[in-house]
Design a protein around this ligand. Structure first.
Ligand code: PEP
Length: 268
């Protein structure tokens, strides 16, 4: 459905960047439950709600085809997202899904290097860098997740960790690609814990990320990259986090499984 006049997606007038609010469903909802959630979210939102930020939905891989068909047949203004992919194009990699398979489903955004993938599945910075390149090679946009643990934070290593993760992920890529990247600053101590970072924490994470990008590619690229905040975002905390300096959107886990809560976050 075409956007009604005046309800087109608008960039943030302060930064010129388009905001992005993403729902990461993790390993939740089969394809039937997923359809119900997307329909519910669609009915909750009004035309005006789509003007503030692009909305991407990241269901589990088994739901992607159903959600793709639903979004396209009803012309819903949601972008389809995936939670992960493998970096090889095809071959004997049992259980994996390639970037080209996702692109064929019209996936637009792929989360790469989520802390759960790094911690539980042992994804290294090297693997994350390869996945980033694979996603770009299929003309999709990666959402690169970076963030420090509580221990690293308490040891005063937040700067090193964030800047190191950004550098390791992007440094082999040309600046024109990097400028299209989305980076989610997700302090690990805030993910799924109910413990939300302050807007100042979110702003300082975004600033560190852009400082590293400036060192690597210059200010033009650093100012083009969109930075999301992620970690226990709720309808109550969303507005002030979205107002934080340098923050261009949100990556939402648990609250994106509830249509009403996610709609309230989008309206924030
Ligand atoms: C996430 O896992 O990306 C996330 C932000 O989760 P939650 O909102 O549940 O903390």
């Amino acid at each position: 459905m075409a956007a009604k006049k005046g309800h087109e997606l608008r960039p943030n007038p302060r930064t010129g960047r388009y905001r992005l609010i993403s729902g990461n469903w993790k390993m939740n909802l089969n394809h039937l439950e997923a359809i119900q959630l997307v329909q519910k979210l669609y009915f909750e939102l009004r035309d005006v709600d789509y003007g503030f930020a692009e909305i991407s939905l990241h269901p589990p891989a088994t739901d992607l085809r159903s959600i793709q068909l639903l979004i396209e047949s009803d012309r819903m203004r949601f972008s389809l997202g995936a939670q992960n992919c493998y970096y090889e194009a095809s071959g004997a990699y049992t259980g994996e899904v390639s970037a080209s398979m996702l692109a064929k489903l019209n996936v637009r955004y792929v989360i790469v290097g989520h802390s759960e993938r790094r911690r539980i599945f042992g994804e290294t910075d090297e693997v994350v860098a390869k996945k980033l390149a694979a996603v770009f090679s299929e003309q999709m946009t990666p959402i690169l997740c970076v963030g420090e643990t509580l221990e690293q934070r308490e040891e005063g290593r937040t700067d090193d960790v964030l800047m190191g993760q950004v550098r390791a992920a992007v440094s082999e890529l040309p600046g024109d690609l990097v400028s299209t990247l989305v980076i989610a600053y997700e302090p690990i101590w805030a993910i799924g814990t109910g413990r939300v970072a302050t807007p100042d924490d979110a702003a300082s994470g975004a600033q560190l990320i852009r400082e590293e990008l400036t060192t690597l590619y210059g200010e033009g690229v650093a100012n083009a990259v969109r930075v999301q905040y992620g970690g226990s975002v709720t309808p109550i905390t969303a507005a002030e986090l979205l107002e934080a300096e340098g923050v261009d959107g949100l990556l939402v886990g648990g609250a994106s499984l509830d249509a009403d809560a996610f709609a309230r976050i989008i309206r924030a």
